[in-house]
Design a protein around this ligand. Structure first.
Ligand code: NAD
Length: 444
């Protein structure tokens, strides 16, 4: 059985490699020639734990290949997965340009029945647009080739993408065709041996499921951040509150950590796209509007704490930033809170030294020479007036505080992820600020 995956980014490359792992023949296609060239030469263009191994193994077995030319590889495939980007358009809606371009290409090049599967996150109604685009091209060619469409949203998490894809909680497939359903069932069977379900549904429900899932997760984060800020004011500790509510199974203990706000390539754009999509149907998603507003405000909370500590005088101060990617175990910096924080500190006249275990190259691309790049987390601290922890990489969890204290100009930590213990900070003589917990302010 052969499939094609179009779009070789975080989702496409992971999906392609994981499908190949089950014995399928998979060709990953991308318009980015540099990316495909790198992959053909054995270089993985993104950081994702375990990805290199699985790609290398499947390329070596001849099951996984890469191309920039859909026309050359589409023949013989039972399904073509569209996994291209759906970035935010100027008005907040999802930009479907790339998805529909691929749909047109499929219509131009297909020569036999196949299922056109939309894996990209898209607004309700997009699969019908995909169907229309393919049909339009077939009509232009004057050929009558049968095909079906399916919506198969992806729920993998960057940083744990391989594990998520190989052992999914659930697979969602929206289709109106029995033939397509059978093909999708066969493709996903190897991933569902753990007993987790494949849920077949109508196409609009599948499309909505993806947005609703991301919107719910973003809501949990903003809710906790909002409560954390009140904790800060009234003297409660959000970590205690989190444990207190998380032990109620109706609430659950996952995804309820306060921090510097959500970022990444999905939540910000998907929340916006869902709000916009609702507005197009004369509906106002008021909860999500608040979720977004709280998230924007949250990125400023740590800045406020920094400014208060330094009496609004950041000019000439040096800050060490630990963690740049939008979350640990990825190099992805799309919509990363670190960018907002760094740019704000720079605009106040501060000097910035940064360190991230894997996102340094990506940071250089985005921040250029505006900041200094340290070779490790301790080098970033030399002569720093404060350290700001933005991304909770494991190696930041138990640093050597004695070494830190010696390297820093002043012993001040702003912990955007609540990973340190206030009592320990107190004992070590650090001034310590976190999110939704009492600050420790040491005498100068
Ligand atoms: P990405 O930007 O990493 O990759 C997209 C790729 O598509 C790029 O390599 C680009 O060159 C390629 N592309 C664009 N137009 C093309 C065309 N016409 N033909 C061939 N290739 C083309 O994006 P991503 O993070 O993998 O996300 C892809 C989709 O999956 C988005 O809709 C996203 O919302 C969704 N998604 C992402 C994640 C995630 O964690 N990144 C998780 C679930 C769903």
């Amino acid at each position: 059985m052969k499939i094609v995956v179009v779009g070789t980014g975080y989702v496409g490359l992971v999906s392609g490699a994981c499908f190949a792992e089950t014995g399928l023949t998979v060709c990953c296609v991308d318009v980015d020639k540099t990316k495909i060239e790198k992959l053909k030469n054995g270089h993985i263009p993104i950081y994702e734990p375990g990805l290199e191994d699985i790609v290398t193994r499947n390329v070596a077995k001849g099951r996984l290949s890469f191309s920039t030319n859909l026309q050359e590889v589409i023949d013989g495939s039972e399904a073509v997965f569209i996994a291209v980007g759906t970035p935010q358009d100027e008005d907040g809606s999802a930009d479907l340009r790339y998805v529909l371009a691929v749909a047109h290409d499929i219509g131009r090049f297909m020569n036999h029945y196949l299922v056109v599967v939309t894996k990209s996150t898209v607004p309700i109604g997009t699969s019908e647009k995909v169907r229309a685009a393919v049909k339009e091209e077939l009509q232009k060619r004057g050929v009558d080739i049968r095909f079906d469409v399916a919506s198969n949203p992806e729920f993998l998490k960057e940083g744990n993408a391989i594990e998520d894809f190989l052992k999914p909680d659930r697979i969602v497939v929206g289709t109106d065709s029995e033939e397509a359903e059978k093909i999708m069932q066969r493709l996903y069977k190897p991933f569902l041996l753990n007993g987790h379900p494949i849920l077949f549904m109508d196409i609009p429900s599948a499309e909505m499921t993806k947005y609703a899932a991301n919107a719910m997760l973003a809501t949990k984060i903003s809710f906790m951040n909002d409560i954390a800020n009140l904790c800060d004011i009234v003297g409660a500790d959000i970590n205690m509150v989190r444990k207190g509510i998380g032990s109620d199974p109706r609430i659950g203990n996952k995804f309820i950590y306060a921090g510097v706000g959500y970022g990444g390539s999905c939540f910000p754009k998907d929340v916006k796209a869902l709000i916009k999509s609702a507005e197009e149907h004369n509906w106002s998603l008021d909860i999500l509007k608040a979720v977004e507003k709280v998230n924007e405000r949250q990125k400023e909370i740590i800045i406020k704490k920094i400014k208060t500590h330094f009496n609004n005088q950041l000019k000439g101060k040096t800050f060490a930033i630990w963690g740049l990617s939008f979350k640990p175990h990825t190099d992805d910096m799309r919509e990363a809170p670190s960018l907002v924080i760094i740019n704000k500190l720079l605009s106040e006249g501060a000097t910035i030294k940064v360190y991230d275990p894997v996102a340094m190259e990506e940071a250089k691309r985005r921040l250029g020479d505006k900041v200094t790049y340290a070779k490790d987390q301790y080098e970033a601290l030399i002569d720093a007036d404060a350290m700001v922890l933005v991304t909770e990489w494991p190696e930041f969890r138990l640093p050597n505080f004695n070494v830190m204290a010696k390297l820093m100009k002043s012993k001040v930590i702003f912990d955007g992820r609540n990973i340190y213990e206030p009592s320990e900070m107190q004992d070590m003589g650090f001034s310590y600020y976190s999110i939704g917990r009492k600050s420790i302010i040491q005498p100068n």
